[in-house]
Ligand binder design. Structure first.
Ligand code: PHE
Length: 454
């Protein structure tokens, strides 16, 4: 049944570059530009970045290939994909749907902040360089009960509109221009930031690991960040892989997407943290870091206001190419499995997720005494459950599934296009999928939870 439905609508990417851009578009987003710099700031700088790289190499590439392989093999989105290969595993796909729901609920709140900052930049707010004034402006905005919700609604409406209207033509077309522009602009901002007085402190903070800062909580945070940033662990890449045709080289894609994603995160880190030190902000500033620090950098650039507008517009675009992939996983589930109409499903879940996001927004202002998980406010708690629990769990289960249930032989056949592609590291990948990745994720997960709560 499901198969028949799926086949009718199954599209394929227009081109190799179209797929890479769409998958990279899902991966590159607020996770790189907003989250990575502040997470690094809060979790010991270099120690966090070092762990991020270690996990990226062992788990990130491995899982990227694992998800794309399952997706392309089954040509189905996660729940259907698991069901087709082993019916009893369909619930793992459902965990991903839940993760997508939770992540989008707060992602949209932050996406709203980005829209607010486009407006701020347009009205010339980026001529201020005084840290306290910038912090004050930002604080007043996010703690206001109503204003952020209006922007949260606008962001969700945009996401919804794109998902209803169909992702193909528009997104593929614009990504080709906008994503490279974002990259170039971030490099310019990085250069300005690196040439500020006192910027070197920030570079050292970000790149020189202080291993004494490492504990289970920091490792779990880095693990969660790898999953979040690469859009792994909830079936996004299964879904995107399902649109790939059988001649595409999965190995190349599995390397290119994580590399692009990581390059953007590093550039964002090098644009933001040196400025933090140069202007005397606090590296542990948390979710506000991007919004407080960069306006100060813009104020020090010729045509700073213009730069500010362009930059936040591009960030908004990057965020939207990610948020649509989040909503898509939820919508696809109801379309494929529950036979809902795509439009109805997008509208209903867009609205429900918007409502679910409201407490995350209020938790920063009027509900800020509500702390749920180990001292975290509502937004951080939802993020913790999704990024540090559901995504790693989803990733670990996927590895166990491939290594022990579906079988490496089947996976090898799919990866090499039935032996047509040479992949000398095939056995290394197999070993990583079957043993190293699930065990590593399991250990980090358990130890991280222990260190977070006790
Ligand atoms: N990777 C996206 C980002 O970095 C967020 C995301 C997570 C998207 C999980 C899809 C799935 O912004």
């Amino acid at each position: 049944m499901i198969d028949v439905n799926e086949k009718k609508q199954r599209d394929q990417w227009g081109s190799k570059i179209g797929f890479i851009l769409a998958a990279a578009g899902s991966a590159i987003g607020l996770g790189n530009i907003w989250k990575f710099p502040f997470m690094a700031g809060q979790n010991g700088g270099g120690a966090f970045v070092f762990l991020y790289f270690a996990i990226l190499i062992v788990v990130g590439f491995t899982l990227m290939m694992a998800e794309l392989t399952i997706g392309r093999h089954t040509q189905l989105s996660p729940v259907g994909a698991y069901r087709k290969l082993k019916a009893k595993w369909a619930w793992v796909g459902f965990l991903g749907v839940l993760a997508g729901f939770l992540i989008l609920s707060f992602y949209s709140v932050i996406g709203g902040w980005v829209i607010r900052y486009i407006v701020k930049a347009l009205t010339g707010a980026f001529t201020i360089s005084d840290p306290d004034a910038l912090g004050g402006l930002f604080g007043a905005f996010i703690t206001n009960p109503l204003e952020p919700l209006v922007y949260h609604a606008i962001f969700m409406a945009l996401t919804l509109g794109i998902v209803i209207g169909g992702v193909k033509g528009g997104i593929e077309k614009y990504s080709k221009i906008l994503m490279p522009s974002l990259f170039v602009m971030m490099i310019l901002i990085m250069i300005r930031s690196l040439t500020l007085d006192g910027a070197m402190e920030g570079v050292k903070f970000l790149l020189l690991p202080d291993f004494s800062k490492i504990n289970g909580g920091v490792v779990l945070a880095a693990l969660g960040q790898v999953f979040f940033s690469l859009s792994l662990g909830m079936g996004t890449m299964i879904t995107y892989g399902s649109y790939l045709n059988k001649d595409e080289n999965l190995v190349d894609s599995s390397i290119q997407i994580p590399l692009l994603d990581t390059a953007i995160a590093l550039v964002a880190g090098l644009a933001i943290l040196p400025a933090v030190f140069a202007f005397g902000f606090n590296p542990e500033g948390g979710p506000g870091l991007l919004f407080i620090t960069l306006p100060a950098v813009f104020s020090q650039m010729p045509l700073g206001s213009l730069f500010g507008v362009l930059f936040f517009v591009l960030v908004l675009f990057a965020a939207l190419t990610s948020s649509i992939s989040l909503l898509e996983v939820v919508v696809a589930y109801f379309v494929d499995e529950k036979n809902w109409d795509r439009k109805k499903s997008s509208l209903v879940f867009g609205l429900i997720i918007f409502l679910f996001g409201i407490p995350s927004s209020l938790g920063i202002g009027i509900w800020s005494d509500i702390r749920i998980i180990a001292g975290r406010d509502i937004l951080d708690s939802v993020d913790f459950v999704a990024s540090n629990v559901l995504l790693p769990l989803g990733g670990m289960l996927l590895c166990i599934f491939i290594g022990w249930v579906w079988g490496l032989d089947n996976a090898f056949k799919e990866v090499t296009n039935n032996g047509k592609i040479k992949f000398p590291l095939m056995n290394v990948w197999g070993f990583l999928v079957k043993w190293v990745a699930p065990i590593a994720i399991g250990i980090v997960f358990v130890q991280g939870l222990i260190d977070t709560f006790f």
